[in-house]
Design a protein around this ligand. Structure first.
Ligand SMILES: Cc1cc2nc3c(=O)[nH]c(=O)nc-3n(C[C@H](O)[C@H](O)[C@H](O)COP(=O)(O)O)c2cc1C
Length: 344
C-alpha cells in the first residue's frame, strides 16, 4: 500500500538517520527536530470527529489517544497537542530537580514483536518549583495529565498540591523501574494505599494510578482494592517492565515497546472486570498500530497511550488510529468509541 507522504518522510528520517545514530545523540536530534519542525501541519482539520470523543475520569478528550509520560519540555507537549493527541502526559515530576541517570540511559531493543527500548532515565526533570512555572505557560488546547513521583506519601501529597491546579488530571507514578524507592512501592501495597489516600485528600481533580506490569499479584490483591477504596478515578496499565540490561549505566532498566503488548491486553481485560464499568482505564505498553489500539479499547480501555511508537512510528499515528476507529465504528454500525468495548 502506498504510504502517505508524511509517513514516507518520517520513515526516511527514522530508518535512514535517527535509528543509525547512537541512542543519546538520536534522542537529542529527534527532540530538537520536534521543537523546530512545523509538525502541526500534519494535523488534518476535522481529525477530531465528534464520534472519537471519550470521557476519561469525567474529563472530555477529543479522541482516546494519549501521549504517555516522557516529556517535561512544554514546547514538545504543545507540539503533541497540535499533532492531535487527545491528551498529553507530562514526565513524572519529583520534589526537587533531578539530572537523571548518566548515559547510556536508553538503548534500542529489537524483539520479534518489533522495535522498542530499555531505559534507565532516572526521572530527569526540573523539579516541582521550576515545572510549576513552565506548566503555567502551557495552554491546554488538549487535556494535560500531570504525572508525579514521590518517595513518601507526604511527598506525593506535596506534589499533588503543587501541580493539580495546573492539570486536568493527575497521574500517580508508583511503577517506574528506574528509581529504587518508587519501584519498591509497588511491592509494598500498604505504602501504596497510604500514598493514594494522601493524594486523594490533596485534590478534587481526577486521579489516575499508573501500575507496574512486574507485580500482577500485588496489583490485583492489594493495589486495585486500595484504588477502589480511595475513590481513584482511573488506572493506567502500565509502566515499563524491569530487566537486567548490561548496556545501561545502571545495569538494568525498563522495557518499552511492542514486547509489552500482549500482557497489557490481558491485564486490561482483567482490570476492567475488577474495576467494574465506572473507573477510567488507560492501556499503555507497546501500542504501535491502529489495530492494537482498537484491541485494547475492545478489551475494556477508555483510552490508549504510548511513548515508544511516537519515536518508532512517527507523528501521524494519532491520526491513523483515529481513522481506523472511525472505519471500525462505520463497519459495525456503532456510534461511539465506548461502544467498541462490548463489540470486541
Ligand atoms: C525514556 C523513557 C522515559 C520514561 N519516563 C517515564 C516517566 O517519567 N513516568 C512514567 O510514568 N513513565 C515513564 N516512561 C514509561 C512510558 O510512559 C510508558 O509507560 C512505557 O514506555 C510503555 O509504553 P510504550 O511501550 O508505548 O513506550 C518512560 C519511558 C521511556 C522509554
Amino acid at each position: 500500500m502506498l504510504l502517505p507522504i508524511t509517513e514516507r518522510l518520517y520513515r526516511i528520517l527514522y530508518q535512514g538517520c535517527l535509528s543509525r545514530l547512537p541512542e543519546g545523540p538520536a534522542v537529542r536530534a529527534g527532540q530538537a527536530l520536534l521543537r523546530v519542525l512545523p509538525v502541526e501541519a500534519i494535523y488534518r482539520p476535522g481529525q477530531d470527529d465528534p464520534r472519537l470523543s471519550v470521557k476519561l475520569a469525567g474529563v472530555d478528550l477529543p479522541n482516546p489517544v494519549i501521549l504517555s509520560s516522557m516529556y517535561y519540555d512544554v514546547t514538545i507537549l504543545r507540539k503533541a497537542m497540535a499533532l492531535g493527541f487527545g491528551a498529553v502526559t507530562t514526565k513524572s515530576i519529583t520534589g526537587t530537580p533531578r539530572p537523571g541517570h548518566p548515559e547510556p540511559n536508553l538503548v534500542r531493543l529489537f524483539t520479534p514483536e518489533g522495535p522498542g527500548f530499555v531505559n534507565c532515565n532516572g526521572f530527569k526533570n526540573p523539579g516541582l518549583a521550576a515545572f510549576r512555572v513552565a506548566l503555567s505557560n502551557l495552554q491546554h488546547r488538549r487535556p494535560v495529565v500531570v504525572s508525579v513521583a514521590g518517595e513518601s506519601a507526604d511527598e506525593y501529597r506535596r506534589l499533588v498540591e503543587g501541580l493539580a491546579a495546573l492539570a486536568d488530571l493527575v497521574e500517580l507514578n508508583i511503577s517506574s523501574p528506574n528509581t529504587r524507592l518508587v519501584y519498591e512501592l509497588s511491592a509494598a501495597p500498604h505504602r501504596v494505599a497510604d500514598l493514594i489516600m494522601a493524594a486523594r485528600r490533596a485534590t478534587t481533580k481526577p486521579l489516575i494510578v499508573k501500575l507496574s506490569p512486574d507485580y500482577p499479584e500485588a496489583n490485583h490483591r492489594a493495589i486495585v482494592p486500595a484504588i477502589l477504596d480511595a475513590g481513584v478515578d482511573a488506572v493506567n496499565f502500565g509502566n515499563t517492565r524491569r530487566v537486567v540490561e548490561p548496556r545501561l549505566s545502571q545495569g538494568a532498566g525498563g522495557v518499552s515497546g511492542p514486547a509489552l503488548f500482549e500482557n497489557v491486553l490481558t491485564n486490561v481485560r482483567a482490570l476492567r472486570r475488577a474495576l467494574g464499568p465506572g473507573p477510567g482505564l488507560i492501556a499503555t505498553g507497546g501500542i504501535d498500530s491502529p489495530e492494537k489500539a482498537i484491541r485494547v479499547l475492545e478489551a475494556g480501555a477508555d483510552a490508549v497511550s504510548y511513548f515508544t511508537a511516537f519515536v518508532t512510528r512517527g507523528p501521524t499515528l494519532p491520526r491513523r488510529i483515529g481513522d481506523a476507529i472511525l472505519s471500525a465504528l462505520d463497519r459495525r454500525g456503532l456510534g461511539t468509541v465506548a461502544e467498541l468495548r462490548s463489540h470486541g
